[in-house]
Every structure is written in C-alpha cells, then in structure tokens.
Ligand binder design. Structure first.
Ligand code: GP9
Ligand code: MN
Length: 681
C-alpha cells in the first residue's frame, strides 16, 4: 500500500490542488451566476444573525455548515427555471421566505426562549398566545433586521439587469451542471456536518424535546425540516391502519374493562386537596441512604416513614422523559413509541386524572418555572385538563441553578400562589408542581450546601477519609438530591404555616432515573475503603453489578403522604407510573378511568403486577425480562414458568400497542363520540 507522504511540500501541493479545484469550480461558476452567489451568502448571513440574536452562537461551525449546505440545495433548484425571470422570482421568493422564517423564530425566541414549531402554529390557542405575546412585548427592532436580505437581493437583481448581466444564455447542459454542482455540494456538506455531530446532538434531533439545542447545533433550516417531518408524521400515520387499531383497542377494553376498587383505602382522601410533586430525576437509590452518617434525603425519609411508600416503583418513560412521566401519571397509558405525546400528539383526546378531579369539583393547576413551550406544556397541559399552567413567566427568576429557577425559590414563590388559588377558587384543588434543580448535569453545586459523599474509616487507630464517590457524577447527584430534599422540606413547612397542609395530600414521584453511568453505581456498591480499591469477584461482599441490577436501580420513589398520617404503609410489590392513576382515583373517590391500563396497587398481591417499559422489557416481582434480547434475569429465588413469561410478554406488547394506537389514531376521541351516539365499536 502506498505510504502516505505527510511532508510539508506534499501538504502544500495538496492544498494548491484544492485551491485550484475550488477556483476552477466555484469562482468561475459564481462569476457566471452572480445572483446565486449573492443569494447564498446573504441568506447564510441571515441565519448567522438569527443565531447571534437568539442562542448567541453565531459563528459555531456546525449550524453554519448545515445552513450553508441547505442553502446550496435550495439554490440548486433555481437552475430548473429556464429563464432569468424564473430564477429571479425563485430566489426572490426564498429570500422573502427565509427572512420571514428568521423573523418568526426571532420573535418567538424572545417570548419563549425557544424555536417555533409548525405544529404549534396549527393550534389556534398558540397563534393567539403568540399574537398576544407579540403585542404585549415591546416589538424588538432587531427581530426585523433580517429584512435587509430580500431588499439587498432585489437591489442586486436590479443592478444586474441594468448591467445586462443575465443568466439565461443557458442550454440544458449548463442548467443541469448548475443544478448538479450546487445540489451535490450541498449533499457533501450535509454528510460532512452530519458525521461530526455528537450522539447527544443526534438524539436531541430525533427527540426534538429541546428545540433550542437542535437549532443551535443543526441550524434553522435543518431544525425546521425536522420539525415539519415530525409534525406531519402522526398525521400520515393516521391514514393507515386505523380500522385495525380501533378493533384491537375496542376488543382489549371489552376483555379488560377497568372496574372500581373496593378496598380499605377506597375514598380515604375523598375531598382532600392534592399537591403532586413531579420530582426531577429523583431516584429511590437516594432514599434512606447515608454518607458519613448524614442522610441524603432526611425529609423524604420522614415522609416515607409516615406515609405510603412504594419502594419498588418504576417511571416507564420513553424518549419523552419528563413529559412521558407526566403523561403516564395522568392517563395510565404507556408513552408513545414514535416521537413524544407532548410534542407530536398533543392534539389528541386523553382521559386524564386532571379531568377526573375537575369533573369532581376540583380546581386544577400546574406550575413549572421553565418556558411554556418546553415539552410543549403550554398547549398540552391545557389539553390534559389543567385550568391553568403557571410557566416561567409567572415566576421571579431570582435564583438560577442548572436548567432554571432554583427549587427553593420556586417552592417559596409557589406557596402564596396556592394560597391565592385556594381563596379565589374556594374549592378543593389538584396542583402539579414540576421541579427543575435536580436535572443533569448538577453543575451549580456551589449554590448548594456541601454534602460530602466520602467514606471515613478507622485504620489502625487512624481516621482515614476516602473520596469514595465524592466529586464524581453520582456524588454530585446525591448532593443535588440533598438540596432538593431541603427545598421540599421548606415547602411543606411553608404550606403548614399558611394553613394549607391540614386538608392536603402530598403525592411525590420521581419522573425518571438520572441517567448516571453504571460504573458509578459499581463504585457505590463495590468500593472498599480499607483497601481503597473496588471489590472483585470472589472478594467478600462483592456485588456483581450487571446490566439488570443497573436497570432495577432506575426505580423512583412514589410517596403519598398526609399530615394526619391517615395511611401508613410501605409496599414493595413491583409497581409502575401506569398504576398511579387507578391507585389515586380510588383513594380520592373520583371514579374509574375507563381507558386506564394500570392497576390499583392496593388490589395487587405479590407477583400479580407486570411493569412494562417502552421497549417491551418488563419487571415483575420475580424476573426482569429484556425485551430486546429476550434474556430473563431472576430477581428472587422464586421459580417462574415459561408459560408465565409468555403471558406477561403478551401483556406488555398489548398495553404498548393499545397505548400507541390510542395516541396515534386519537381513538379515545372516536370511542367517546361513538358511545355518545350509541354506535357499537
Ligand atoms: C424541562 C424539565 C426537564 O422543563 O421538565 O425535562 P427532562 O429533560 O427531564 O425531560
Ligand atoms: Mn425530567
């Protein structure tokens, strides 16, 4: 094989060749077609301006390259027009189009700190909101700076026309060459830029939960194309498979009709207020855990010791993370496997716990100090049946930790708001409070109390403090959880001093695991402070911390607590977020949700339940079943039969399919209408 020659002369020679190629190919090309050159450069400047004004990363090369690539491709179709007039119209149209696109995103960003979605523009409420926002907010002159580009292009056209520089001396060959030249250049640039995107950037591109990060990395055109595709996908899905889905779902509910519970907690909290704490990334691994004899979550440990604690509970989220947890908690359906409900299927009808409480005379609200369009909550919460959603603009962002307003400040501000609601609405309330501080990457630790996750041991009469997990991601996480626990305690005490606690039940769930690497847990369980090493197979106390144990550690707490400690129980039967609605609706006496797929946990005996995950995996009280590999991991020494595995695998597939059919085809809406019109499904 020829040895690569990296000598200075050789590199110089190569660069000279590339320069010659570019000169021959592009300079000559754009000299012949000046209008295309001005169009490409001026639109690129507009996209750069948009990033400077919004996400302040104007010169970041990835979006710059991706935008340039797509501008090349847009321009290439100009060569499909035979006459100069056709091309002028084409490039003029796209000059105006891209300028208006930048203006919309610039204004939207000034209001929502994010980028607009074509799907949101379709919902009237959104248009009204943005309309109000635009009127309400001082219109920023900088949002209209993008108009320079169409003005410039039309001036260039005028000048070129005056100089008689026209591009219509083209035969079919040069038009094909022009098209190919620009199109292929665009495709090459897309390939190069795609190759340098990180897996996280691609994952966010796929999820589209964080629009700001997608537009920052991929540029506004790739963002918009992706947004259009993801917005249309559900509608396209809707065209195929509908009848089959309707039959499957109707048959499922005929065979599995939810029935009202009658157990020792039925109606136990009837008429009480409810405050649901959606605790960001709170995992059960923190509950009742100590470092240097200090509890990570002293307050949560108190609630756990006084209330109802499900210590074997899983959040069952998919790519929708926080929003999936909210969705499954509220509907007792599995999250979508194709996109996310909150972003892609927000316009479907859902039977939610919020609507059930509202139908039972409650005022329902949600509070979260992030932008209203993060996870599209401003639209989805209304659809879920919240009377009001208090987002970032409802709070004084006086202390920021991580993603946004600190939990301590958030909870401090929430108490008078709830007091107001109580006085104004004069009826029981159901409120969901979504926290933020404990969100990865737990960076602003200096704003939190110290919480050393070290390990001090006595070796030969000498106290030695080992680092253990201190300063690692897991150590940082526990420090952040400790902060959040303090914030929660402050909140509940404030509720009490404002007479808002006596008649209120606090429900707390961790929304999903904190996505911390397995190796940190291995250290947590296998570190030996006496030898300052990790135990290995054969060492006393060694734990084989395998993939399954790691999955099982993704448990999150589910706690139901009232000041009068009316019900105190710790339940270790396996349970999932899908079971929250049936369990709570029975305790608060608000009826049965006819589309719930979960179970009232107070009716479940050991071994009954199967907690399903979006990839078809599931966990029971005896096994963890890996849906991808089909592997089975035994959790207890109880035997399990092949037949039982098959039955539960079928159950897992059924509830995933039923949930996704309901979401994709909007079947609740259809079945509700059918039952109103007395039509048999
Ligand atoms: C965003 C917050 C975190 O507002 O709920 O969302 P997540 O990243 O956990 O889905
Ligand atoms: Mn979350």
């Amino acid at each position: 094989m020829k040895k690569m020659n990296f000598s200075k002369d050789n590199i110089k020679g190569k660069l000279k060749k590339i320069r010659k190629f570019l000169k021959k190919n592009y300079v000559a090309f754009f000299k012949k077609y000046p209008l295309f050159a001005f169009f490409i450069v001026s639109v690129l400047i507009n996209t750069l301006l948009l990033r400077v004004i919004t996400v302040h990363n104007g010169l970041y090369f990835k979006p710059l390259l991706m935008d340039l690539a797509l501008i090349f491709i847009i321009s290439s179709f100009g060569f499909l027009f035979k006459t100069e007039k056709g091309r002028r119209r084409y490039l003029g149209f796209f000059s105006v189009f891209t300028a208006v696109l930048c203006i919309i995103h610039s204004i939207y960003y000034s209001y929502y700190d994010s980028f607009a979605s074509i799907s949101l523009l379709a919902t009237s409420t959104f248009v009204v909101d943005v309309g109000d926002a635009i009127v309400e907010k001082v219109m920023r002159i900088q949002d209209f700076i993008y108009l320079w580009q169409p003005i410039f292009i039309f001036y260039v056209m005028y000048q070129l026309k005056k100089k008689g520089v026209v591009n219509n001396k083209d035969n079919i060959i040069s038009r094909k060459f022009g098209f190919g030249n620009l199109f292929i250049t665009g495709v090459i640039l897309i390939c190069i830029t795609s190759a340098i995107m990180t897996p996280t950037e691609w994952s966010r591109f796929g999820k589209m939960w964080n629009r700001e990060s997608v537009a920052s990395s991929f540029g506004i055109f790739a963002y918009q194309i992706n947004d259009i595709v993801q917005s249309l996908e559900p509608k396209i899905n809707n065209l195929f498979g509908h009848d089959k889905a309707l039959k499957l779902v109707s048959d499922y509910y005929k065979d599995n009709t939810p029935v009202a519970s009658d157990n020792d907690v039925t109606d136990v909290f009837k008429g009480k207020n409810v405050i649901v704490i959606h605790a960001e990334s709170l995992q059960s691994v923190a509950i009742n855990r100590k470092f240097e004899n200090k509890e990570v979550t002293p307050f949560l440990n108190k609630l756990v010791s006084e209330g109802i604690y499900f210590n074997n509970f899983y959040s069952e989220v998919g790519v929708g993370t926080s929003s999936d947890a909210e969705f499954t908690f509220s509907t007792s359906l599995m999250p979508s496997n194709n996109g996310t409900v909150f972003v892609n299927y927000f316009d479907r009808e859902y039977n939610t716990i919020q609507k059930m409480f509202r139908d039972n005379g409650y005022y329902t609200f949600s509070m979260h100090a992030n932008t209203g369009d993060f996870w599209n909550r401003a639209t989805m919460h209304e659809n879920m049946g919240y009377n009001k959603f208090y987002s970032k603009s409802s709070f004084d962002i006086d202390e920021t930790i991580g993603l946004g307003l600190s939990d301590k400040s958030f909870f401090r501000q929430v108490v008078p708001m709830i007091k107001d609601i109580k006085e104004k609405e004069d009826k029981p309330f159901f409120g969901t409070l979504i926290t933020l501080t404990n969100h990865t990457p737990w960076s602003d630790l200096e704003l939190m109390d110290e919480f050393p996750t070290t390990w001090t041991v006595d070796i030969n009469g000498k106290k030695i403090t080992r680092d253990y997990i201190n300063g690692t991601t897991l150590g940082d996480y526990f420090r952040s959880v400790h902060y959040s626990d303090q914030a929660l305690e402050q909140f509940v005490n404030e509720l009490d001093s404002n007479d808002l606690l006596d008649d209120t039940v606090i429900v707390i769930y961790g929304d999903h695991d904190a996505r911390i690497g397995k190796k940190y847990y291995n250290t947590l369980y296998n570190y030996d402070p006496y030898t300052d090493t990790l135990k290995e197979e054969g060492d006393e106390g060694y734990i084989d911390y395998n993939e399954y144990k790691y999955q099982l550690d993704k448990k999150v707490p589910f706690i139901i607590w009232s000041k009068d400690q009316k019900v105190h129980k710790e339940i270790s039967n396996v349970a999932g977020m899908i079971d929250a609605l049936p369990t709570l609706s029975n305790m608060f006496g608000i009826g049965v949700n006819e589309y719930q797929l979960g179970h009232d946990l107070f009716n479940m005996k050991k071994g009954d339940n199967t907690v399903v995950f979006t990839d078809g995996s599931y966990v029971t009280d005896t096994i963890y079943y890996d849906g991808q590999s089909g592997d089975i991991y035994s959790i207890s020494d109880e035997a399990f039969s092949e037949d039982d595995v098959l039955k539960r695998s079928q159950y897992a597939d059924d509830i995933i399919k039923v949930s996704n059919d309901i979401i994709t085809y909007d079947l609740i809406n259809e079945m509700e209408n059918a039952s109103v019109n007395g039509v048999e499904q």
